[in-house]
Design a protein around this ligand. Structure first.
Ligand code: SF4
Ligand code: SF4
Length: 213
């Protein structure tokens, strides 16, 4: 008699276990589905979600980046590489004295913390909601200035081009320039090896070493 109780227990669990398993399945059938249909459906992120960076432009198309490197110094992951250069009247990228000639962000290092955008004095650097940053090689995770630069909106002319006539750099930050001046045309990017108007091919800019992969 004393050994009957354990055997009853054993036979009970032998048929109860599978039934209990189906019970879990059955109750789950009536619960709200948590499956994300990604990538067919992309769930909207919070408005201030930290995604891929963007280099912004002034309303006439000139670039806001002044090549000061403050973002690179603020970055705890050493993910940003900047090289500044001087604007000239013949080749102008930003309203002031300097512009960011080379700008790279290494997304193999970036932790999307946002410290760089806090450090930027001109609001040239902000973060978008774009989060699809995965890629197959380290090289492709280094985004260049051309990839990070904001697209052209209505009223903008692509850089390089002249500053709005009669306006100063400060006027741009006061919001007094709202679009490109009538007749603004893109200048020849001589430092990038484009041909000048007289047909002479200029020396291409020195290739930057850039952010380490
Ligand atoms: S978000 Fe953070 S880690 Fe990424 S580049 Fe900016 S400062 Fe560096
Ligand atoms: S993005 Fe901002 S902080 Fe970075 S180099 Fe340009 S102006 Fe300076």
């Amino acid at each position: 008699m004393p050994d009957r109780e354990p055997r009853d227990e054993e036979s009970r669990t032998r048929w109860q276990n599978p039934v209990a398993g189906f019970g879990v399945t059955f109750t789950a059938m009536f619960k709200k589905r948590l499956t994300e249909q990604y990538p067919e459906y992309k769930k909207p992120v919070a408005p201030r979600f930290h995604g891929r960076h963007q280099l912004n432009r002034h309303p006439d198309g000139l670039e806001k980046c002044i090549g000061c490197e403050l973002c690179a110094w603020a970055c705890p992951a050493d993910a940003i590489y900047v090289e500044g250069a001087d604007n000239t009247d013949e080749e102008r990228y930003s309203p002031g004295e300097r512009y960011g000639r080379v700008y790279q962000i290494n997304y193999a290092r970036c932790i999307l913390c946002g410290l760089c955008i806090e450090a930027c004095p001109t609001r040239a650097l902000t973060m978008t909601n774009e989060y699809e940053l995965a890629d197959r090689t380290r090289e492709s995770l280094i985004y260049t200035k051309e990839e990070l630069l904001a697209g052209l909106e209505e009223g903008m002319v692509d850089t390089p081009h002249a500053i709005f006539p009669g306006m100063t750099e400060q006027d741009y930050y006061r919001g007094q320039v709202t679009e490109a001046a009538p007749g603004t045309v893109r200048q020849v990017a001589v430092s990038k090896g484009e041909r000048s108007e007289d047909g002479e091919e200029a020396e291409p800019a020195e290739k930057a070493e850039g952010a380490d992969a």
